[in-house]
Write a protein that binds this ligand. Sequence first.
Ligand SMILES: Cc1ncc(COP(=O)(O)O)c(C=O)c1O
Length: 403
Amino acid sequence: MLSESPISARPRLHRETGGRAAKLYCSKFTKLLLYLSVVNGLLCGIPTNKAMTTTEQTPTKVIDHKPTNTGAAFGSEVSAHMLMGVYRDGQWQEQAIVPFGPLMLSPTNLALHYGQSIFEGMKAFRMKDGNISVFRIDKHHERLNKTLERMSMPQMPFSYFDQAIRELVAVDADYVPDLNEGSLYIRPFVFATGEGFRVRVSDTYQFVIFTGPVGDYYQKPVRVKVETEFIRAAEGGPGFAKCAGNYAAAFYPTQKANREGFDNLLWTDSRQHEFIEESGTMNAMFVIDEVLITPSLTGTILDGITRDSLIRLARDMGVKVQQRKISYKELIAGAEQGLLQEAFGVGTAAVVSPIELIQVHGQDYPLPPYSDNSLWFRLKQRLTQIRTGYEADMYGWNTVLDV
Ligand SMILES: Cc1ncc(COP(=O)(O)O)c(C=O)c1O
């Protein structure tokens, strides 16, 4: 865990000090961390260069400038600050914004061994008038608390979460890409900081948020394979939760599909391996005979905020929407009869990503070509227009920041 010393009751530290001073502070802070890791390495009997290598291998690049384009690989660049908060003595304590940097963890950290580690994924957008909006903070907070509860972790008051997001995005305002040039991804996460190797629920936690400018997750329509051997989640499990373990368990089958040339899997249910669940980090949507169909929320898929938003927008546009079970057999029948018009994944990172091909049991089912009139395209356009202020925010989804 990052030592608690940089935490103070003054979360706007860097904003007040201004860009250049923040940079200076950042480099001093980094030097301090390096110094501490050297001392730590010596004290622990670890060769110094090893302790430092761990720091150097951080795969993300901390950038100290406004992005001029968002062509960097999604998730590879982060802004120079992060917000930290702690849970101890039965409550969420003070928050502070500090330079982005490594966390120091005990090897007996409970999150590393028993998996109490959860996250959220949100975005801030540059609006047409230059303001910054954050999308659906309340809904993300609601889901964060459901996840925390399922992982036996302490829930967080809305005000604590909301303030943290607002403060950090305000400090990182310069990192929000220009209008229609991308967005600022916001990654809040919480993990156990209790120590000891006995299996137990931690009684202390670290809350961290960092941000990073991002562009498109997928550059082109995706190819997916219907997975009928492995499962992502089963009834009664944590499939609805945004916990780290769900992602780790999905890696093996997903990597296998990647090697076979697919971008992602379409997971199926755990009992019959037949009903579509979701795809990677996206909820799945299909258009069959002019009806938008998406798997219902049965507790095994994530209650996607993009999914929820697009269902509302589609209904507003007069599109018939069904939330129900949909089997791959229905997709095949639809493809064979020429009724399967569209398939797409929806999520904060991927926004709306059209699917060009679905494979089931080795058989390819290509989707018809898409156009600007395709529903996925029109939905994406409306969502973008609301987020950027070109269309009225009818449902109060945007939190417009005072920066
Ligand atoms: C497993 C999974 N399903 C669906 C989604 C889409 O959810 P949202 O629209 O809230 O980003 C995500 C991304 O967060 C995800 O990780």
